[in-house]
Design a binder for this molecule. Structure first.
Ligand code: MN
Length: 245
């Protein structure tokens, strides 16, 4: 049996084919899994668990059905859906994970992250992240009417695009939006692990590296923009695969 890892689906009403691919994945391959881990950015945006739309309702139902069929689902929030909360967990049955989260995967300690914390060279983003992860900020934000929160999210997306365009213009985009190698090894050392799985950078790969004199592994999940992407972990090893639309 495989444990499945996905991230960065960025589900959005503008890409219904990706939502359909994900719902099909939940109803087919995921049913045979030991567990499903969603490592953030399942949704393109999330302004609170009280939001609803045909897409949100369909995803909630798909997760609920999978969990009812006996497959545990774990959800680690990303930079787009960091406001997923206790109500979403109760509605679906998914279990929320901290970032980072240490698990034992087929006997091996494995650290799970969304990945944005590893992009420590992007100082502007890290400042923004600290602000929106502050419990007081979140409480204040979630107390606003849904329409105001949706308007803020649209504005934040435009600002993020502008930030990316600025980095692109200065040819810094590739480096700044990837992980910092130092932060990766510091993180592995801090948690005493030699294996890390994360998403966020949309650069799927299985990297070998050295950390504290040991061979270590950093596995990066792929996005779901023009295809799906899944990491299958079994006792035999890892398979990082694409899912065709
Ligand atoms: Mn992300």
């Amino acid at each position: 049996m495989s444990t499945l890892f996905i991230s960065d689906l960025h589900l959005d009403a503008e890409r219904p084919d990706i939502t359909a691919l994900f719902l099909d994945f939940l109803a087919s391959e995921a049913r045979a899994a030991e567990a499903l881990y969603i490592l953030g950015d399942l949704f393109e945006a999330w302004v609170g668990d009280d939001d609803s739309s045909p897409l949100i309702d369909a995803v909630r139902a798909g997760l609920r059905d999978l969990i009812a069929a006996g497959v545990p689902v774990y959800f680690l929030r990303g930079n787009r859906d960091f406001l997923v909360g206790a109500k979403f967990a109760a509605d679906t049955g998914a279990q929320l994970l901290a970032d980072p989260c240490l698990i034992t995967l087929h006997g091996e300690p494995t650290l799970l992250m969304h990945g944005d914390l590893l992009c420590s060279d992007d100082l502007a983003y890290q400042t923004f992240r600290r602000q929106v992860r502050d419990p007081a900020w979140q409480e204040n934000f979630l107390a606003q009417p849904l329409a105001a929160r949706q308007a803020f999210a649209a504005q934040a997306r435009a600002a993020s695009q502008q930030h990316q365009d600025g980095l692109k213009a200065s040819n810094a985009l590739e480096a700044i939006t990837d992980v910092s190698a130092d932060t990766v090894t510091e993180t592995l050392t801090r948690y005493g692990v030699i294996r890390l799985i994360h998403g966020h950078t949309h650069r799927p790969a299985i990297h070998s590296l050295r950390s504290g004199g040991h061979s270590a592994q950093r596995i990066v999940l792929g996005d779901w923009y023009t295809q799906g992407s899944v990491l299958r972990a079994s006792a035999d090893g890892f398979d990082l695969a694409m899912l065709a639309l």
